[in-house]
Design a protein around this ligand. Structure first.
Ligand SMILES: C[S@@+](CC[C@H](N)C(=O)[O-])C[C@H]1O[C@@H](n2cnc3c(N)ncnc32)[C@H](O)[C@@H]1O
Ligand code: SF4
Length: 384
């Protein structure tokens, strides 16, 4: 993985979906009326211009259209956003430009339109290769349709990824190994494999609380995670982050911006950004409700509802929390420079003794494979 030291990412949030999946707590909404994309485009342009005003001189290395379901956007809207970014900042010639797509809205013609607009990578929400499981997840597509969408992605883009959700009700490690093997036969250079999380305020949360939806116990979840690592490694897609696997050199550069603690602009309803302005790290969030966000941008030029300067301690904790998700870990010197002091050597020694972390001759600290399932505890211990 290249260091990408100058990385600067732009995230664009499209907050609409055709239906709401019962496990999902992302900022996504279903609307009966058609969406006025022109109006959204104008608002995106305003926020891009307002953010660029605060970040002059940056070179954009990655752009990510996330959602919601950005594959519901017209290619012309995507082109309009990309043109606006290129007018406001310099965009690196090799910039990675990703769009998240739901298999329900994948058509070859539309994908060619995205490609013509400048998108060079797609990430597809396949979620499962079992029709019963897809129905239980509330998905509107079959396994066949998901694989057809993967084939379209492969035909149109040099780089593509897809997501699967595992640790689903009743799923055994053997079931998952078989499903993952089948999926990887269709994979490109990257896959994201997420353990089903029961998020508060979702229909799955209520079902789970009522004992009507059972997720695997801790031991099974651990076995499922180990299966994930083994099967992916055997296919040449080692984990470079807890849930992300890639051929070395094909990692998602945009997500690396987050995990390596670089700068990114968040554009659109409910987007988050981190900007380093005059030596201070700003955590910026925008209004989540799409129509309220539109109204605020139209009135004020941006949809920002909070812009907090992180304390040194907050910035350091975030650096640890994000960086230790990566197999490469963190640069201890960079931590020391950020914190103004090194990490506590006695804590490092104790975690090392338990086999949860290791240090490299290059001065990096990383979590070991046995440490990954207890990452939150490791970070809490180091940050304390
Ligand atoms: C915001 S979605 C965007 C993708 C697209 N909307 C779709 O669903 O196909 C990004 C990914 O997050 C994952 N995800 C969302 N909620 C999850 C949950 N509760 N547990 C595990 N993974 C989840 C899914 O794999 C999904 O593809
Ligand atoms: S998982 Fe994807 S399609 Fe489903 S509600 Fe969330 S963002 Fe929308």
């Amino acid at each position: 993985m290249s260091g990408d030291e100058q990385a600067f990412g732009v995230y664009i949030h499209w907050p609409f979906c055709l239906s709401k999946c019962p496990y999902c707590d992302f900022n996504s909404h279903v609307r009966r009326e058609p969406i006025d994309e022109q109006r959204f485009l104008r608002a995106f342009q305003s926020e891009i211009a307002a953010t660029a005003e605060r970040t002059r001189g940056r070179t954009v290395s990655t752009i990510f259209f996330g959602g919601g379901t950005p594959s519901l956007m017209q290619p012309a809207t995507i082109a309009g956003v990309l043109n606006s970014i290129a007018r406001q900042w310099r965009v690196a010639p090799d910039a990675e430009i990703t769009l998240e797509a739901n298999p329900t809205s994948v058509e070859a013609e539309r994908f060619r339109g995205y490609s013509a607009a400048g998108v060079n990578r797609v990430s597809l929400g396949v979620q499962a290769l079992d029709d019963g499981a897809l129905a239980e997840l509330g998905r509107l597509h079959s396994a066949r349709e998901a694989l057809d969408a993967v084939a379209v992605a492969r035909a149109v883009f040099d780089r593509f990824s897809f997501d699967l959700i595992y640790a689903r009700p009743r799923q055994t490690p053997t079931d998952w190994a078989n499903e993952l093997e089948r999926a990887l036969a269709h994979a490109g250079e990257h896959v994201s494999l997420y353990q089903l999380t029961i998020e508060p305020d979702t229909p799955f949360f209520a079902l789970h609380a009522a004992d009507k939806l059972k997720t695997p116990d801790e031991d099974t979840a651990r076995a499922l995670y180990d299966t994930t690592l083994e099967v992916c490694a055997a296919h040449g897609l080692p984990a470079y982050e807890i849930s992300n696997h890639a051929r070395p050199g094909s990692e998602c550069r945009h997500n690396l911006v987050y995990w390596r603690g670089h700068e990114y602009a968040g554009i659109g309803p409910g987007a988050h950004g981190r900007l380093d302005i005059e030596g201070r790290r700003h955590a910026i969030a925008t209004e989540k409700r799409p129509e309220a966000w539109l109204a605020q941008v139209e009135a004020r030029g941006d949809g920002i509802i909070s812009d907090d300067v992180l304390t040194r301690e907050e910035a350091c904790d975030e650096f640890l929390l994000m960086g230790l998700r990566l197999a490469e870990g963190i640069d201890l010197n960079r931590y020391s420079a950020l914190a103004g002091r090194p990490l506590d050597p006695t804590r490092i020694a104790a975690l090392h003794e338990h086999g949860l972390i290791e240090t490299t001759p290059q001065g990096r600290l990383r979590v070991t494979l046995p440490g990954f399932p207890v990452l939150d505890a490791v970070v809490a211990d180091l940050a304390a």
